[in-house]
Ligand binder design. Structure first.
Ligand SMILES: [Zn+2]
Length: 192
């Protein structure tokens, strides 16, 4: 890539992570998460309206979808919409996060998704598209392609375990601190 191209792409990434409202909403939610290896936040969007928000945390008593001891952000966003009696069918689920120890944002050039646990819940409640962040913006997949994306990641990414694979796949220079220094309205409790 030419120098000009690299600069252009870097500006594109900063434009995206510092200004995209859906990305910032996911990161706001991820900041509340108490995940030890990765912190994720998720929003569920239908007709350009946010109908649910979630972050990885313990399941709540009346949740519709029970996933185990700790629910992922994706499932918590769907539960949040269901609690408010919102119709999740035809929605798009956005999920983004960061590594709390390494401080790196979960971003790469190629679109990537690594979670098989959330696919059945997303399918059952009619999520139509999954959106993941890349260095050049959101990339979306129809739900029936998501399993292939996860399989491709598992089979073709170097690393001894999923966490190592994620770190190597998402290697990039952008940190959560870079974001927090520049985005002053990223109060984690805002609108949650
Ligand atoms: Zn998940």
């Amino acid at each position: 890539m030419s120098k000009g191209g690299a600069r252009h792409r870097a500006r594109g990434t900063e434009q995206f992570i510092l200004h995209d409202l859906y990305y910032l909403d996911c990161i706001r939610a991820a900041l509340v998460s108490k995940g030890s290896l990765q912190n994720y936040g998720s929003i569920l969007v239908k007709n350009d309206r946010i109908i649910g928000r979630g972050y990885n945390r313990l399941i709540q008593f009346r949740d519709k979808i029970r996933q185990g001891y700790a629910n992922h952000a994706e499932i918590n966003a769907i539960n949040d919409a269901l609690r408010q009696k919102r119709d999740t069918r035809g929605s798009t689920l956005y999920v983004a996060g960061f590594f709390p120890t390494e401080r790196m944002l979960c971003l790469r050039s190629e679109p990537n998704y690594t979670c098989t646990r959330c696919i059945p819940g997303m399918e059952e409640y009619g999520v139509k598209l999954l959106a993941v962040p890349t260095l050049s913006g959101w990339e979306t997949f129809p739900m029936d392609e998501v399993e292939g994306v996860v399989r491709n990641f598992r089979d073709h990414t170097p690393g001894k375990n999923t966490h190592e694979k994620r770190l190597s796949a998402w290697h990039n220079p952008y940190t959560i601190d870079f974001l927090l220094e520049r985005v002053h309205s990223i109060d984690p409790f805002h609108s949650l």
